[in-house]
Design a protein around this ligand. Structure first.
Ligand SMILES: *Cc1c(COP(=O)(O)O)cnc(C)c1O
Length: 492
């Protein structure tokens, strides 16, 4: 580990390198690329051994520290406090417990956070990091996100009641499950603004792009994002690879992981852990029927199809934005070459990598595709064999883990990304009953909801956001010097 300042560079090579805090606030780089560390901090075997037996939040502090070291205001004690506070509301004492399913086959349960999906593990950190950095800079931001499921509720839980943040989350009216909607709309904190858009999820995403593309509006309200391209989310996800691997014997043993994949965010964090020196044997990249990434691992070609609905909706994605971060590595960190190929990909909807780059990818990744029938069958079989009720995303991981074992002696960890009660219909199909929500959410279906309905219209949305921000500024009495609309030192 080293203590010099680590800078972040864009995968397209043309945006200025930034420190951690600026990369955190920027999200997407100005040249359209994604931020990655200039070089990966390395952990020695002794560094890894020293993680054994530590509580989750201490592992988080140690793994994250070299990525933020030297940054103004994020000293060791501050980071340690943020990590500690991020995981106090998790419902399992181990935070990320491992469960054994079969000989050398394990389940890493990442659904014990406030919204029951793995996104809490990084989002809880992200909300607190934002709040801390903004307080240091005496600045405020407006976060706007669109959600078809888990991201919205995780972001709302992470940002609620944070004094420097107003958060607006768009969801397609009537098109998210009741549990997912209520996890958002029952949060009544004054800085949380739920918007039901009269349209589809794609409409919500188009509206979001429209907001970000309006430079004046973006600067006026200091717009920021929480989607999975934010570097800090990747960083927060590297932690559980270390935590699980050490529990199973790293650095003395190699460990393999099977990751249910949509946007390539979670699995890219596993690659990051390997770059840092964790002995990750290989990664199984498992998709549902939306299989652009598992097809890439068969052919070396990334070919865009259309999104098909599945039983694991959080992985119904075609353009896996974080994959660009991995491509950057197999392109030998040549941002100019990658920028040219990404432009061509957007035009042609297809990208073929060179043979040597493809072989590098195949060396570390196995691909698997698990369809809905196999998902349901896996939930049923695991319930019979182990008594464990899996959610459909976790079942995709387990089926892929079984198929992608390269070596029986290497522990294989399937990542469970959601609690079964989040997807009761699919689970009921497999096991014949509906799983119960955990105690903290038991009364979810009885709590009052609050959401505004807005037409599928960019002008109407902008007017809504502006009105809400003005109301909040008056309520907070922070409008005296030009309103919330003036952000300090945080222009993109
Ligand atoms: C977001 C999500 C995924 C996919 O994760 P990526 O980082 O996008 O690959 C898988 N399962 C669940 C439950 C999710 O919410």
């Amino acid at each position: 580990m080293r203590s010099s300042i680590l800078r972040y560079v864009s995968t397209r090579g043309r945006a200025p390198a930034l420190g951690f805090c600026d990369a955190l606030l920027a999200g997407l780089a100005r040249d359209g690329g994604l931020y990655v560390p200039e070089s990966w901090p390395r952990f020695s075997k002794d560094d890894i051994r020293a993680l054994a037996g530590l509580p989750y939040h201490e592992v988080a502090t140690r793994v994250m520290e070299p990525f933020v070291a030297g940054e103004g205001g994020l000293d060791h004690d501050t980071l340690a406090r943020i990590c500690r506070e991020s995981y106090v509301r998790f419902e399992h004492a181990a935070v990320a417990p491992l469960l054994q399913l079969a000989p050398n086959l394990w389940l890493l349960e990442l659904f014990h956070g406030p919204t029951l999906a793995f996104k809490d593990y990084a989002m809880q950190l992200l909300g607190r990091l934002f709040d801390h950095v903004l307080a240091e800079r005496k600045s405020r931001i407006t976060i706007v996100g669109a959600t078809s499921g888990d991201t919205g509720s995780a972001a709302i839980e992470a940002c609620r009641d944070r004094s420097a943040i107003e958060i607006f989350i768009l969801h397609p009216k009537g098109r998210v499950s009741e549990v997912q909607r209520r996890q958002m709309t029952t949060v009544l904190s004054p800085n949380v603004h739920n918007i039901a858009i009269e349209g589809t999820f794609d409409d919500c995403q188009d509206l979001l792009k429209g907001l970000f593309n309006d430079g004046t509006f973006r600067d006026e309200v200091n717009l920021s994002g929480v989607n999975s391209i934010n570097w800090a989310r990747v960083l927060g996800q590297i932690v559980y690879y270390f935590y699980a691997a050490v529990a199973l014997g790293a650095p003395e043993r190699e460990i393999a992981f099977a990751v249910p994949t949509g946007n390539f965010g979670n699995i890219y964090a596993g690659f990051g852990a390997k770059q840092m020196g964790l002995p990750v044997h290989h990664l199984a990249l498992v998709t549902n029927r939306n299989d652009i990434l598992s097809r890439f691992l068969e052919s070396g070609t990334l070919a865009l199809g259309s999104v098909e609905p599945s039983l694991s909706p959080s992985m119904d994605i075609q353009v896996a934005s974080n994959f660009e971060r991995y491509l950057f590595e197999i392109y030998g960190r040549d941002g100019a070459a990658l920028a040219a190929d990404m432009e061509a990909f957007r035009r042609d909807r297809s990208l073929t990598v060179t043979k040597s780059r493809f072989e590098e990818a195949r060396h570390f990744f196995d691909g698997a595709r698990v369809d809905d029938d196999e998902t349901v069958a896996t939930i049923g079989r695991m319930y019979e064999e182990t008594g464990e009720v899996l959610d459909p995303h976790s079942a995709v991981a387990v089926a892929g883990a079984e198929r992608c074992r390269r070596n029986e002696a290497v522990p294989m960890v399937a990542i469970a990304t959601a609690h079964p009660a989040k997807f009761p219909d699919a689970v009921e199909r497999a096991v014949g009953f509906r799983p119960e929500l955990p105690p903290s959410l038991a009364d979810l279906l009885k709590r009052p909801e609050r959401a505004a309905t807005v037409a599928n219209d960019l002008m109407a949305l902008k007017a809504f956001v502006a009105t809400r921000l003005a109301e909040r500024a008056r309520a907070n009495d922070i409008g005296a010097e030009g309103g919330v609309s003036v952000g300090v030192g945080n222009r993109r």
